[in-house]
Ligand binder design. Sequence first.
Ligand SMILES: [Zn+2]
Length: 188
Amino acid sequence: LTPVKVMDTLCRLMLPELPQTIDPRRLARKGAVISGQYAVYEMSRLCEILQDHSGQIIFRLEFRQDVENKQCLIIGEIEAGLKTICQRCLYSMDFNIASKVYLGVISDPVDVANLPEGCEALLEGEDPISLPAVIEDELILAMPFSFMHEDSECHASTKSYGINSAARNNPFAVLKELKQNRATNRRK
Ligand SMILES: [Zn+2]
């Protein structure tokens, strides 16, 4: 057991158990709200993206019924404190994600057109909807394309900048390097 897992277990003991699957239409009729948290290590697809699996995710989802349009909406937010490796310096980096959730539950893909503006479709199939999968999908969509420290925080930033600027300021250094490369190639 890692300290993160111990903390996670303790938090869980204090919070009501989260359902594994949800029936959004039933929850919307009751005007239910589900909030809770997950640990990153519980989400396998998220773990594939992140090198460090010690992060935490908290979320709050409101299930609403739009009586006029007979639609079931899920509105809420997800916040995550995550860790991974900076792609530039390969040191650990922390990053936070805060993402709004705005989903409309549909059972036929054609109904996408009827959803309110800015609302993403959550397609209901024959299988029940998995709550952790909904949270994981939303987080993956909110992920940045690449992970890098800010310039001022990156361990590689001064070093790589130093090399590049030296070469840029001294064209003869580049020329010398080219000549050396050619000489080594000829020798091969
Ligand atoms: Zn870095």
